[in-house]
Structure formats: structure tokens, C-alpha cells
Design a protein around this ligand. Structure first.
Ligand code: GH3
Ligand code: MG
Ligand code: MG
Ligand code: MG
Length: 313
């Protein structure tokens, strides 16, 4: 079977391959009703270092797509009872799913299927039997483009963390998930204390270094499932799934304790330490995103009123 055939790669390609190897937390979904092909492809991709989930039919794929965030989907067209086309249309109609790179893997190398798939929004089309190496090279190519797109559209250029645009989108995704699968989830609003005086005393450049340093410290201390974004000038927000308000407060207090000990930035032999004020709100059923953010912002304001350098629940 060709999907199992090994292709020897030249050293030249090995070198190129290393430039596109998986990045942290890239999750792929392999959808195929053929158990042998699906598990073969899923296992090979898992060995590359991707997180890989499998679905044997459209309904199972829809459930997974609602529960988790994927960076790429491979989709078999010929499936029962619903065909791959139904999932393709389902994904393209959903504003949170339509951006996910979608690769059709079809048993028929049929021009009609190709034309239809691409018009419906597929990003690539591979006929079975496929060479795994070609499949993987195509996946790498799609992921690489996504990384660039994500960088430009969804990241804050100064700190590298997610920007407001991504946050606004993803917080809605998280809430949709929680409404379906109830679990505690908390939102934290963080604002650096007396940041203006850092700029005024040491200059804007040091202010920038401090923002980068705090973003780095937060990213490093938070869980990989937490969503960290720069909300505004010197304000950061964190969405913490599966975390109660009390636990979120403890986690952020631990980061504040670390900020007391370790400088967030250094410049020309000087070290800069900061404190911040934070507000935490655990989401409650019925709460809108706007109310959730406003309540965390209010809690942060309470922290400022009570002397700063603290986390208010
Ligand atoms: P408080 O403790 O009440 O929060 O005081 P503060 O000085 O931190 O608050 P304020 O909102 O008055 O000041 C925020 C400052 O953040 C003002 C603005 O110049 C600065 N700022 C916003 N974005 C940036 C940035 O990208 N780089 C730098 N260096 N400064 C920024
Ligand atoms: Mg099939
Ligand atoms: Mg502020
Ligand atoms: Mg401030």
C-alpha cells in the first residue's frame, strides 16, 4: 500500500524539514472512516510531534471541533452517513472554524471533486493512495503559512502575546465550549502599577522592555491552556479554563510574588521591578462576555483603590 511506503529523504530535505518541525501545541484532526488509513496517518503525525486526534465520521469530527482548537484538519470525502462535503460546509459556515487549514484526502482522484472542494474552501487536495512524505510536506507548508498569518493578525508585535482581536474571538470560543461542557473558567485583568512613572523616569524604551518582560513572565508562569493577551497599553488579560476564581487568584498571586523577587527587565546594568494590580472573575451561567470583562476590570480597579500590588477576586 502506498500510504505506508517509505520515501528516503535527502539530507537537503532533512535540513528543510527541521525548519518546519512542529511548534508547541499544534493540534491536528484526522478524519477518515477507514480505520487503517486514519490510524496510520494519525500515528505518523503524532511521531512528528503534533498533538493528533482522530474522528471516524462527521458527527464525531463536529464534536471534537467544538471542544478543541485545531491548527489543521485532514478530511476524507467518502464517508457515511454524512460525506466529507457536509463537514467542509459545516466548517466554512462557522466563523470560528473557517480559518482552519483543511486538506482533502480523497480515494478518488476526480477533477469534479477537486474543483468542488476548492470552491467550497479546501486548502489542499491529496488523492489516496498517498505518499506519507508528500502528505507531511504539504501539511508543513499549510502550517507555515498559518503561523505567518497568525503572527500578523493575532499577535501583539511588542510582546509577542495574543492581541485584542484574537482575545475577543477566542474568549467567545471558550464561552461556547463552557456552555456545552460546564466547567469553571476564570478571567483575570492585569494592570501594571504606576507604569507611567517608569516611562517618565527611565524613558519609553525601558517602558517597552518592562512590558515585554512582564508578558514573558506571565507566559512562562501560566499554563499552556491559559489564554494570555495584551488588552491595551499596560493591561493584560488571561482566560483560565478549568480554573475557579479562587484558584485563579492564587495562581496570579504567585506570579505577583515572583515579580517582587525577580526584575522583569534589565537595561544598561539597571534592573527593573514592577508590581501589578489584578482583578479576577469566575464566569457564571448567563454572564455575557462584556459583563465578564467589566467585572474583572472593576475588581482590578478595587485592587488599585486598596493600595495596588494585589489580586482581587
Ligand atoms: P496605575 O497604577 O493607576 O495603573 O498607574 P499607571 O501609571 O500605570 O496608569 P496610567 O493609565 O496613567 O498610565 C499608563 C501608561 O502606559 C501611559 C502610557 O504612556 C503607557 N503606555 C501605554 N502603552 C505603552 C507602550 O506600548 N509602551 C510604553 N513604553 N508605554 C506605554
Ligand atoms: Mg472513506
Ligand atoms: Mg491602565
Ligand atoms: Mg497602570
Amino acid at each position: 500500500e502506498m500510504y505506508g511506503r517509505e520515501l528516503e529523504l535527502d539530507e537537503q530535505y532533512e535540513h528543510l524539514y527541521r525548519q518546519v518541525s512542529p511548534q508547541r501545541d499544534e493540534r491536528l484532526l484526522v478524519i477518515d472512516d477507514d480505520d487503517a488509513i486514519r490510524s496510520y496517518l494519525a500515528q505518523r503525525l503524532a511521531l512528528e510531534g503534533y498533538e493528533v486526534d482522530e474522528a471516524a465520521d462527521v458527527a464525531a469530527a463536529q464534536r471534537l471541533l467544538r471542544e478543541r482548537t485545531y491548527h489543521l484538519v485532514t478530511l476524507d470525502l467518502m464517508m457515511r452517513p454524512a460525506s466529507g462535503y457536509e463537514l467542509l460546509e459545516f466548517m466554512k459556515e462557522d466563523p470560528t472554524l473557517k480559518w482552519i487549514p483543511l486538506m482533502i484526502v480523497s480515494a478518488r482522484d476526480d477533477v469534479q471533486d477537486k474543483v468542488r472542494s476548492f470552491y467550497l474552501g479546501a486548502d489542499d487536495f491529496v488523492a489516496k493512495p498517498f505518499h506519507y512524505e508528500e502528505m507531511h510536506a504539504r501539511i508543513c507548508s499549510l502550517l507555515k503559512r498559518t503561523r505567518t498569518f497568525e503572527q500578523l493578525a493575532f499577535r501583539d508585535p511588542l510582546t509577542g502575546v495574543y492581541n485584542r482581536r484574537y482575545f475577543d474571538h477566542q474568549i467567545q470560543v471558550e464561552l461556547d465550549r463552557i456552555r456545552r461542557y460546564p466547567a469553571p473558567i476564570s478571567l483575570v485583568f492585569i494592570d501594571i502599577d504606576r507604569f507611567k512613572s517608569i516611562n517618565d523616569t527611565h524613558g519609553h524604551h525601558v517602558g517597552d522592555l518592562v512590558l515585554q518582560g512582564l508578558a514573558h513572565m506571565l507566559q512562562h508562569q501560566l499554563r499552556s491552556t491559559d489564554l494570555l493577551a495584551r488588552f491595551g497599553g499596560e493591561e493584560f488579560v488571561v482566560v483560565m479554563p478549568n480554573t475557579s476564581g479562587a484558584d485563579a487568584q492564587k495562581a496570579v498571586e504567585a506570579i505577583l510574588a515572583l515579580a517582587h523577587k525577580e526584575p522583569v527587565a534589565q537595561n544598561e546594568g539597571e534592573s527593573y521591578r514592577i508590581t501589578f494590580s489584578a482583578g479576577v472573575t469566575e464566569w457564571r451561567p448567563g454572564m455575557t462576555v462584556e459583563a465578564w470583562i467589566a467585572q474583572s476590570d472593576d475588581a482590578m480597579y478595587d485592587a488599585k483603590q486598596h493600595g495596588r500590588d494585589q489580586v482581587v477576586l
